[in-house]
Design a binder for this molecule. Sequence first.
Ligand SMILES: Cc1cc2nc3c(=O)[nH]c(=O)nc-3n(C[C@H](O)[C@H](O)[C@H](O)COP(=O)(O)O)c2cc1C
Length: 375
Amino acid sequence: MGGHVKAQALPPEVVSLDDHRTRALARLDPNAAAYLGSAAGDGHTADANRAAWDGLRLWPRVLQPLAGLHTQVELLGRRLAHPVLLAPLAYQRLFDDDGELASAIAAAAQGAGFALSTLSSVSLETVAAAVCGDAGRGPLWFQLYFQRDRGRTLDLVQRAEAAGYEALVFTVDAPVNGVRDGERRAGFRLPPGVIAANLPAAAGPASLAELLATAPGWADLDWLLGATRLPVLVKGVLHPADARAAVAAGAAGLIVSNHGGRTLDGAPATASALPAIVAAAGGAVPVLVDGGIRRGTDVLKALALGARAVLIGRPLVWGLASAGAMGVAHVIRLLRDELEAAMALCGLASLASLSRDLALSGHAVPQPPWRHQGN
Ligand SMILES: Cc1cc2nc3c(=O)[nH]c(=O)nc-3n(C[C@H](O)[C@H](O)[C@H](O)COP(=O)(O)O)c2cc1C
């Protein structure tokens, strides 16, 4: 990784996230492709994430005022240009020499929020230093995996605070790794030079017994909330009872996620889990969602179901592998442009107050009383 991020060109025929995927898969080595592509088990949950967004229908309203259409949303006291954030993804230097540095710069250039993984292959200080000075950037968050002891965890939290991160994303859905056949078949391993740059050199992977013994619990969330001045979002919530408990504990936000189907296969699709989590949160904190978001119409469906914003995981890597920072920026811009088109076609000039029956499942139809929109 050099002192600055490489410029890479993008061919004009790449016009969708799926085009980035095709291009990325042709360029990735089998080891990195196995890490990226693996879902847990038989991939039921990863497939369900996509199918659930596809199964929703948008019900457009016509003849609406559209002048001044914008995609802005409020999140944790900030006004964002649009509701698309980059999800925390480990070891991005597997996919591009600049790794997380390229993704973070692309996110900043596109006004997108960026969450850096604990398992980043570029140090959290290097990433923050590259983007913190950009006034137009989106929020910069640090995703926290609990370490074997609280001392090490606290060290990460304090480094993130000192470096300028604005929130912590506490990932709770991966106390152990999912069973990922693709990685095992490929014999996946980190190549030389790709390391967990935020962590001390590992003495070797933790044993299962060690992972289970040190898996975080609700008391650790309480501890974390007392140990940091940053807002804490809890990522990986699917059950409404857990959502309620996290809000009661003092979480600043919830991220409905099943880790892109990489942990528990058989877990519900995030689009299916989202409405109950929104109801359980009761408007007290923002609810975000990830998993299978591939189009601007998916973003609009997520917001209609009550999400404040969405995160994208694999598509960020497709962009990164396809054309480095340029590819990631392009992925974000495509989603944003598609969201704008979807809004206009649905008769929406803003995302402020979406009607729940904008997105209905299957053959459901809007029920009266109908709200007359427009003037
Ligand atoms: C290659 C890969 C690495 C990931 N690493 C992390 C991680 O380090 N921390 C985390 O909280 N989630 C991690 N995730 C989950 C993502 O943050 C996100 O929840 C998921 O990718 C969203 O689904 P999508 O890929 O369908 O958009 C990872 C996902 C992928 C695909």
